[in-house]
Design a protein around this ligand. Sequence first.
Ligand code: NAP
Ligand code: G4F
Length: 365
Amino acid sequence: MDKKNVALITGVTGQDGSYLAEFLLDKGYEVHGTIRRSSVDFRERIAHIEGKPNFHLHYADLGDSMSIMQVMSKVRPTEVYNLAAQSHVQVSFDSPEFTCDVDATGVLRILEAIRLCGLTKTCRMYQASTSELYGKVEEVPQNENTPFHPYSPYAVAKQYGFWIVKEYREAYDMFCCSGILFNHESERRGETFVTRKITLAAARIKQGKQEKLFLGNLGSLRDWGYAKDYVECMWLILQHKTPEDFVIATGVQHSVREFCYYAFKHVGIELEFVGEGLDEKGIDKATGKVLIEVSPDFFRPTDVVNLWGDPTKAKAELGWDPNKTSFEQLVKIMVDSDMAKVAAEDAGQRVRTNLAEYLEKGIVK
Ligand code: NAP
Ligand code: G4F
């Protein structure tokens, strides 16, 4: 492999960043990642690759142009993957200004840093865009030509990111592209996203460490893929002959309710859902015990309820396989991982937070 392949990943400590770093290291890249200073040293997702000779970390914050300029001029990457973001939709209603600064202006800061460092012709840039842009959907399934209708502060900020990438491509002839990624999950998914919240609760309930799971909109529909498969597509987008935007999705849709059903089934609990709206409950068929309840705390001021991607373009032009991991396999991977984590957990090992309990009580959403 050409030794000159140098990747800079913002958000390397996140779910996608950690998988992408592994993927690029395996391909022989020199990989640089950005981290933020935090009062607790928590880099669980990349702990296994820290210390590898081709892996380097730098402090930078997407809200701080100077830090981005410094890392860009030092690393002089050939590929930049901008994965850093305030990525939680519900949190964006509580922190809209911060979300805008990081998820919108942050993208501009990255593009300008590439330009000002004189890397316009030598560096390709990938922007982590999102199916949330389709928001209050105007077409089902959604493809690259579906109109956008962002429906949260997060999505509005990401829409700016999408358009500023397009603008720099056209204005400065830069190789910069957006991957419009539908939801993708894994055993490394943050614990407050719905899939991980469910798999963790299924494991904890099965092992007698949690009584109940409280959720919001059970009818919400998503196209869920496996994060490990999706990072390959990010890379393929930057290897394409021309800079273009791509939808990355599986083409298969399920509801939050179905995700619960399969996750609990995998730990040996068959759920039956009874009632409607706020009164709906998920009941253990064998014991009659209520395991899932609906709480208004987890509803959003505006919610995106019908995401379903059409990955035809990525399949045809990038040769990417959107169905390497099926929905059932994804649920199994996540539940198996959480069953093992919960089994290993004791008071000492759960010092980071009592997040599962906070989630259960609705203190953290
Ligand atoms: P994630 O696990 O929440 O990771 C986000 C990363 O961004 C973390 O490394 C975080 O650092 C970093 N970050 C947050 N604010 C930052 C700031 N101000 N400056 C620098 N870094 C900052 O998210 P993910 O699921 O991996 O998603 C990766 C990207 O894809 C995000 O841009 C997300 O919006 C987008 N996306 C995700 C999905 C999905 O389903 N996962 C779908 C579509 C698009 P800390 O560890 O320090 O917090
Ligand atoms: O898991 P979620 O929080 O993911 P959401 O909002 O779709 O956002 C994720 O995917 C986007 C791609 O479409 C990314 F851009 C974004 O960064 C993030 O990775 O919620 C999924 C659905 C929503 O409709 C939500 O209302 O599940 C519903 N839901 C129901 N109960 C819940 C809950 N979501 C959360 N987080 N917690 C609940 O208790």
